[in-house]
Ligand binder design. Structure first.
Ligand SMILES: Nc1ncnc2c1ncn2[C@@H]1O[C@H](COP(=O)(O)OP(=O)(O)OP(=O)(O)O)[C@@H](O)[C@H]1O
Ligand SMILES: [Mg+2]
Length: 176
């Protein structure tokens, strides 16, 4: 019983830590952070949404620390991961990669989901654009992501093929 209680307490400890690192959403403060860590804590938050149908592959590279709003960037990662999960009907894969090039940090989130119709590709970042049923999606996830990345002077781009999957690529300049 004591061992189980200790295990439980450790799990609670970890959940609270992840929530704290995740939830500085309204925090306007920019701090030095490691985006690989932000991805990991976001994955822990959305794991229940992913675990039954997604095989998750992480290909993190060494990336420099950068001055950013980690809570807001975690929100972006969450919106993308949940979209990927929604796009996967039964089983699929999500690959998360990070790398640095020419003083920019890149993060790509690639899924083997249903893909996006070409006619929708240039509307994705519009507020309230959704293909989901009423009550299922508000169509705000990507427009919020776009605003947050813009505030970080970065870019977010998408490649997609119907029936094959979708890849979002984020580029953020390193700020010391
Ligand atoms: N990874 C993806 N695979 C397939 N379609 C996607 C993917 N990501 C986004 N989409 C499409 O883009 C639309 C807009 O996404 P967005 O996250 O902005 O809104 P939503 O997911 O519909 O609702 P919300 O995020 O507000 O709950 C989605 O309805 C979906 O059609
Ligand atoms: Mg969404």
């Amino acid at each position: 019983m004591v061992n189980e209680s200790v295990d439980g307490a450790n799990r609670v400890n970890k959940i609270v830590k992840d929530l704290k690192s995740f939830s500085h959403i309204n925090d306007e403060e920019y701090v030095i952070a490691n985006l690989n860590d932000g991805l990991d804590s976001t994955i822990n938050i959305v794991w229940n949404e992913l675990k039954y149908k997604v095989t998750l592959k992480k290909e993190y590279n060494d990336i420099p620390l950068t001055k950013c709003n980690p809570g807001q960037l975690n929100q972006v990662f969450m919106n993308l991961l949940v979209n990927s999960s929604h796009a996967i009907k039964e089983r699929g894969e999500i690959i998360i990669k990070t790398w640095e090039k020419e003083n920019n940090i890149y993060i790509s989130i690639c899924d083997t989901g249903c893909g996006i119709a070409e006619k929708n590709l240039n509307r994705l970042f519009e507020p309230f654009f959704t293909t989901k049923d009423v009550g299922e999606g508000t169509g705000l996830g990507l427009s919020i992501a776009f605003d947050i990345i813009k505030k970080h002077k970065g870019e977010i781009n998408v490649n997609s093929e119907i029936g094959k999957g979708t890849k979002f690529i984020i580029k953020i300049p390193v700020i010391n």
